[in-house]
Design a protein around this ligand. Sequence first.
Ligand SMILES: [Cu+2]
Length: 71
Amino acid sequence: MSANNTTVFVDGMTCDGCVNRLQKVLERNPVIDRADVTLSPGKAVIQHSLSDVSAIDEIVKKAGFSVVNKE
Ligand SMILES: [Cu+2]
């Protein structure tokens, strides 16, 4: 169903616990099919069905981090 891939660069993750937390929050969201989060560099590669990727910023923010850039 989802055709979109977005990489988001995330600020605020400091350890593997942060990575796991963000990963879980992302994958729990029904619009996200898959998320691969890494600490160094701090980013998440997200496969999703969103038409407006700014919604990702809100999801990341709710997990306690912030999006600094997207591509
Ligand atoms: Cu941490």
